[in-house]
Design a protein around this ligand. Structure first.
Ligand code: ZN
Length: 217
C-alpha cells in the first residue's frame, strides 16, 4: 500500500498528525514510535541507556539529546520496527535530527520520508482552542467538530462548559512559538536532504489522509 515505510511526522500542534497516523496504522502494519513509550520501555527493561535516562530524570534534569537519540535509534533498529515505523514527536530540533541520522547510519539505515503536516497559524489556533469541557461531568465538546446543543451547556448533564487552561489561547500561542523556534528549522534541514513531503493539513480529514498516503508512495 505504501512504498516509504520509515518515516518521521513533522508539523505544528493542531495540524492533525496524530489523526493521520492513527488512520495509517489501521491500514498498514508499522510500529508507532513515540519518545514517551521508548522512555518507559527502556527504563522498564533496565537497558544501559534506560538507566542513564533514569539517572537524569531522578535528578530532575532533562535527558540529554544524545541519550534520547540513542534510545530512539535502538528502538528503530529493533525487531518491532523491521517492517517500518512512524516516528512521532522526535526529532524536535536540528541537533536531535543530526543525532538521529548518525545513530541510524551506524546500522546502515536511513529515513524514507519526513512528512510535514502544514496549516495556516490562524486555523491551528482555532483548533487548539476549540475544546470545551464540562465542569460537572468532564465531558469534552469541540467548538468546530462537536458543538453542544445549547451554547455553554453540557448536553449530557446540563453543567457549565469552560475552557481548560491547556486549551487557552495563551497556551496555544506559546506552543506554536516553541514549534516555530525549535522545530520549524527541521523543514529546511529535511528539504535539503530531499526527504520532505508536505501535506496540506487544512483540508478535511479524508483528504489529508489521501495526500498523506500519496506522499508515501
Ligand atoms: Zn456534563
Amino acid at each position: 500500500m505504501i512504498a516509504k515505510t520509515k518515516m518521521v511526522l513533522l508539523g505544528p500542534p493542531g495540524a492533525g498528525k496524530g489523526t493521520a497516523s492513527e488512520l495509517l496504522l489501521k491500514d498498514v502494519q508499522l510500529a508507532h514510535v513515540s519518545t514517551g513509550d521508548i522512555f518507559r520501555a527502556e527504563m522498564k527493561n533496565g537497558t544501559e541507556l534506560g538507566k542513564l535516562a533514569k539517572s537524569y530524570i531522578d535528578a530532575g534534569k532533562l535527558v540529554p539529546d544524545e541519550v534520547v537519540a540513542g534510545m530512539v535509534a535502538s528502538t528503530l533498529n529493533g525487531e518491532a520496527c523491521k517492517d517500518g515505523f512512524v516516528l512521532d514527536g522526535f526529532p524536535r530540533t536540528v541537533r536531535q535530527a543530526e543525532l538521529l541520522e548518525e545513530e541510524l547510519a551506524k546500522s546502515g539505515r536511513t529515513l524514507d520520508a519526513v512528512v510535514l503536516f502544514d496549516a495556516p497559524e490562524e486555523l491551528l489556533l482555532q483548533r487548539l482552542t476549540a475544546r470545551l469541557t464540562c465542569r460537572k461531568c468532564g465531558l469534552n465538546f469541540n467548538k468546530i467538530f462537536g458543538k453542544p446543543k445549547v451554547e455553554g451547556v453540557c448536553d449530557h448533564c446540563g453543567g457549565e462548559l469552560y475552557q481548560r487552561s491547556d486549551d487557552s489561547m495563551e497556551t496555544a500561542v506559546n506552543r506554536l512559538k516553541v514549534y516555530n523556534e525549535q522545530t520549524a528549522p527541521l523543514i529546511e534541514f529535511y528539504t535539503r536532504k530531499n526527504l520532505l513531503f508536505t501535506v496540506d493539513a487544512s483540508l478535511p480529514k479524508a483528504e489529508v489522509y489521501a495526500a498523506f498516503l500519496k506522499a508515501l508512495n
